[in-house]
Design a protein around this ligand. Structure first.
Ligand SMILES: Cc1cc2nc3c(=O)[nH]c(=O)nc-3n(C[C@H](O)[C@H](O)[C@H](O)COP(=O)(O)OP(=O)(O)OC[C@H]3O[C@@H](n4cnc5c(N)ncnc54)[C@H](O)[C@@H]3O)c2cc1C
Length: 462
């Protein structure tokens, strides 16, 4: 069945449901509602689908993942969607040793021991105890409802930083606990509520699924790049999606909603806002939303993340016995992965530039950024890393329609006070986006799950 969509240039359109945002959550909701017999129009601000899933152009006609990339074995809803779209997966390269760079010293470590991906720093016992503790604390949280945990108030009254300093002694453990937050949420540990982190862990099924490559969330990648999944789904939705249509206002009327976007006004019975709370806060709602929702959108900031890649003739680090995965305490890049294509026809190293490190590059030129990225790679992988065939860079914190990434986070006090407003519909306006998911929140899987949940919610309400 196809949707009853308006021509791409019509100034007015109507449907049962208008979906604001053509990321994975909005596209999934559209797919399910159309399958249930509803008419749908998706309004997308950008000229492409996929939102935080994006193939960053390398300048030679090919792309590398500039946004979301990895999936793990328990991320079954994104896996099912990819399968439906005919997008295959392949294992993330994970043979050899990882690099650990700390206090000016480079060391190598194997990841097949009991510590998994955790580097064997001096503070490792300290760190393991802390990770065990947070894993156990997370077990008392019901995914999707962290505010109901017995200790919710206590945990939401402190940052992860406060807790980690009170529960670790060595500088190694403290660095790695901060790095756990930087490499998963792209914020400083002092930016985020302990309760939020515990919920994030509970939602992923534990600490190990979050940090490990083998058996964890970084285990596999998509053949052809992750963007193939939303792009193919968007192609199936065809004319139901209108691009270059940023929504400026959503008015609730007696019969539903009137949604005003650049170039088109859409009337519908229900609206789904499928994006992070911070970005939803840019839309003017009339009448105004209930205060808990309106203020939630002021209190759920995005992390600060960028990816830098170097493309080489071969993945030379593999020949050196390295996985391409590293953790570093200095330089622009604090974590790396091997982003090479499945046939290793060329080598691609990817580095994350997170939180403070990316803000430091606010005024940097393209040459400065290239130099900073290659400096990190060379420190971690040697001189061969200094001479790539080409480099590319994608930052998310100043993307107007994302505002950062990978996910919106809650500072202390937000989840216990405003948490229920994440998902509670406001009249005919419903909320989706990975931030609203109980399982794998923050991930592509959570985005797909939120789209499936909201489609059922709206279908039942119509
Ligand atoms: C660098 C980076 C790395 C990541 N790595 C991973 C990973 O390895 N694995 C993983 O699973 N996840 C990863 N993620 C997270 C993943 O990308 C997100 O969880 C997921 O894509 C979110 O989908 P969404 O539909 O909830 O939101 P979005 O993708 O943000 O979609 C929202 C859409 O709404 C549009 N929009 C915004 N405002 C308006 C408006 N006013 N009008 C119309 N349209 C609007 C946006 O353009 C966008 O297309 C990463 C993210 C980033 C940024």
């Amino acid at each position: 069945q196809t949707s009853r969509a308006a021509p791409q240039d019509a100034p007015n359109a109507s449907a049962d449901v208008v979906i604001v945002g053509g990321g994975l959550s909005g596209l999934t909701a559209a797919r399910d509602l159309i399958a249930a017999g509803r008419s749908v129009i998706v309004l997308e601000a950008r000229n492409r689908a996929g939102g935080r899933v994006y193939g960053m152009p390398l300048g030679d006609g090919t792309t590398s993942e500039g946004g979301a990339e990895f999936i793990g074995s328990t991320q079954t809803r994104i896996a099912a969607l990819a399968k439906d779209m005919g997008v295959d997966t392949f294992p993330t390269y994970n043979t050899g040793k990882n690099v650990y760079y700390r206090n000016g010293k480079r060391s190598l470590y194997a990841t097949d021991g009991i510590l998994g991906a955790v580097p064997p720093d001096w503070g490792v016992i300290d760190l393991e105890v802390a990770l065990l503790n947070i894993g156990n604390m997370a077990k008392s949280i019901t995914p999707g409802e962290p505010w109901k945990a017995a200790k919710a108030e206590e945990w939401d009254s402190q940052t992860f930083y406060t807790w980690s300093r009170a529960n670790s002694l060595s500088s190694g453990a403290r660095f790695l606990l901060d790095e756990f937050i930087s490499s998963t949420l792209s914020v400083r540990s002092k930016d985020v509520s302990l309760l939020y982190v515990l919920h994030y862990i509970a939602s992923a099924g534990g600490v190990d699924p979050l940090i490990n490559t083998k058996g964890g969330g970084q285990e596999t990648r998509f053949v052809g790049g992750s963007q193939e999944v939303p792009l193919r789904l968007a192609a199936k939705l065809g004319d139901a999606i209108r691009y270059n249509a940023p929504v400026r206002g959503i008015e609730t009327t007696g019969s539903g909603v009137t949604v005003t976007a650049d170039g088109v006004t859409v009337t519908a019975k229900r609206a789904i806002v499928a994006m992070s709370p911070a970005i939803a806060g840019k839309i003017a709602f009339s009448p105004g939303l209930p205060a808990s929702r309106a203020q939630l959108m002021q209190r759920y900031p995005m992390g600060s993340i960028a990816k830098f890649v170097g493309v080489y003739e071969t993945p030379f680090w593999r020949a050196d016995g390295l996985t391409g995965q590293a953790v570093a305490d200095s330089g622009a890049i604090d974590a790396t992965f091997d982003n090479s294509p499945p046939d290793a026809s060329r080598g691609i190293l990817m580095g994350f530039i997170n939180q403070t490190n990316i803000r430091k590059l606010d005024a940097a030129s393209a040459d400065d950024i290239r130099a900073a990225g290659l400096d990190s790679f060379t420190k971690l992988y040697g001189d061969k890393a200094a001479t790539p065939v080409l480099t590319a860079f994608q930052r998310w914190d100043n993307e107007v329609w994302s505002g950062g990434g990978p996910v919106g986070i809650a500072p202390p006090g937000v989840l216990t006070e405003y948490g229920p407003a994440l998902r509670t519909p406001c009249g005919p306006v419903h909320w989706a986006g990975t931030e609203t998911s109980d399982i794998w929140t923050g991930y592509m899987d959570g985005a797909v799950r939120s789209g499936e949940r909201v489609a059922k919610e709206v279908h039942a309400a119509l």
